[in-house]
Design a protein around this ligand. Structure first.
Ligand SMILES: [Zn+2]
Ligand SMILES: [Zn+2]
Length: 149
């Protein structure tokens, strides 16, 4: 399905568009995502950088990721909403934070990662793949996101 998805921060100062195919959605239950979202888990949509367009001024905070790379975390400097991440390991890709989309009604995770850190009240669909930690095999992980794994 091809359509343009739109989203933005809580105050509306930063807006973005995602072109191309509708990206897959996965949920990460790690402590970093719990902190980042100030909630139970993070929702991520991996998007090609060339399909992602931002309007408005963003601020950036950087952290060292588990794989040893650096993750640049972009957010609205006015309201603080976290909007997307870019990893130094995959600089041509953007990970959009799912809850910032205008329409969140279609979001269904195709995979869960870091379920070893999951909040006990979050009950997962046994039909959806769930990894104890982060994916080790990047190619296999991408197949899983495409629903081929
Ligand atoms: Zn804002
Ligand atoms: Zn995480």
């Amino acid at each position: 399905m091809s359509e343009t998805l739109e989203g933005g921060c809580q105050c509306g100062a930063v807006r973005y568009r995602i072109a191309g195919r509708r990206p897959p959605v996965y949920a990460c239950h790690c402590r970093e995502c719990q902190k980042q979202s100030a909630s139970g888990f993070g929702l991520s949509l991996p998007v090609r950088g060339r399909d992602f367009e931002v309007a408005g001024v963003t601020a950036r905070w950087e952290r060292v990721s588990d794989g040893g790379g650096r993750t640049s975390c972009f957010f609205c400097p006015n309201c603080g909403s976290r909007l997307y991440h870019v990893s130094s390991v995959t600089p041509d890709r953007v990970t959009v934070k799912g809850g910032s989309l205008d329409d969140t009604g279609w979001l269904r995770p195709v995979a869960h990662i870091w379920v070893s850190r999951k909040q006990p009240w979050v009950v997962l669909d046994p039909a959806v793949p769930a990894l104890e930690k982060q994916p080790e095999d990047l190619a296999g992980w991408r197949r899983m996101l495409r629903g081929e794994g």
